[in-house]
Structure formats: structure tokens, C-alpha cells
Design a protein around this ligand. Sequence first.
Ligand code: FMN
Length: 198
Amino acid sequence: MQPYVLVLYYSKYGSTKEMAHLIANGVEAAGMAVKIRTVPNIATVVKEAEPSIPAEGDIYCTLDDLAQCSALALGSPTRFGNMASEMKYFWDQTTSLWLNGALHGKPACVFTASGSMHGGQESTLLTMLPPLFHHGMMIMGLSNATPALSNTKSGGTPYGASHVSGPRHDQGLSQDEKILCEVQGKRLAEVALKLYQA
Ligand SMILES: Cc1cc2nc3c(=O)[nH]c(=O)nc-3n(C[C@H](O)[C@H](O)[C@H](O)COP(=O)(O)O)c2cc1C
């Protein structure tokens, strides 16, 4: 099977989705294949189950998509300074992969979008990491070798790419935020390729 980077995200209003696709561009720029996957909405009251294939957009991630990846970029909106429950719910179903060490030694990074500038991006990024550590993954952030990380006036952190979408989530990604997404994907793929070829 051709090695690939899995870009796995949840997005309600589209910001994290746009970041996921920019990260995927960076992966492809490094010459590696990419799978973009999302997770379904969850609700406390359910009248009807959601279809297993979404009507539009990226398809839902299977455990096999995750188990077979060479590297992972994981994205979630900031929800009260933490990852969205939809994404946490997905990780709570990965015990079988944890038991057989399917993700051991694979590189991973995280990204997020928040409504406000100081609304908890860093706490979201850092609290997305424990499940990845438990799975034995190797965590990568961003580096100041990319000038956009120092120059940005909105999102972008050493812990992973980020975006400030504004109170009505209608603020597009800035040029620096876009660069950091693409660099993060490229960097992850370059490391994955080195590990894969070693
Ligand atoms: C339940 C809920 C909680 C949120 N909590 C925060 C928060 O803690 N800080 C913040 O800046 N934005 C918060 N937001 C706003 C989202 O993070 C923001 O709209 C984000 O861009 C959504 O990403 P998406 O466009 O990928 O869905 C929250 C939104 C919702 C619906």
C-alpha cells in the first residue's frame, strides 16, 4: 500500500476544514499521498441516525484509515478551550488500535480554529496531544524557521497551526495562517517519508 498522511478533522462552520485542506496541500507538496477524513456530528437527542457516508464533503474516517496511516495531522475547532466532543468521541473508539500499537512511532501534529484571539487555541492544541501520546505517536509542532510564525497577527502557534475565525466565524485565513498550515503539512510529510524510507 502507498504510504499516506491522514489529515483528520472535525469542523462545524468550515474553518478547520479549510485548514485541513491547506495542510493536505503541504503534504502533497512534499511528494506524499494524503487522505482527508472527518468525523460525524454527535447529538444528545437523536431522532434518526446520520447516514454512514456524508451527503457532501469529506468522508468519515474509519479505524483502518487511522491504523494504516504513516503520519497524522489532527484538527478540531476550539470548544471551551478543548477539542470538540465529536473528535474526542472518535478517539474513544480507538482502543483496539491502542492495544495492538497501530500508531506507535508515527509522527503527528495538531491544528485548531477558534472564534477569538485569546479564546484557548493553545489549551486546545495541548489537550489534543494526550491521546496521541497514549498511542505512542511522535509529536511535531511548528518552528520559528518559518517567519510567518513570528510575523502573524492572528493564528499560528509553536504547538500547531491555528486560525482566528472571528465572533461570527466569517474571518478568512490570513496569509500567515495559510502559510503555517501548508508548512505544517509539508514538514509532517517530510519526516514521515524519512521514517518510512529508513
Ligand atoms: C460550543 C462551542 C464552544 C466554543 N468555544 C470557544 C472557545 O472556547 N474559544 C473561542 O475562541 N471560540 C470558541 N468557539 C468558536 C469556535 O472555536 C470557532 O467558531 C471555530 O472557528 C469553529 O471552527 P469550525 O469553523 O471549523 O467549525 C466555540 C464554538 C462553539 C460552538
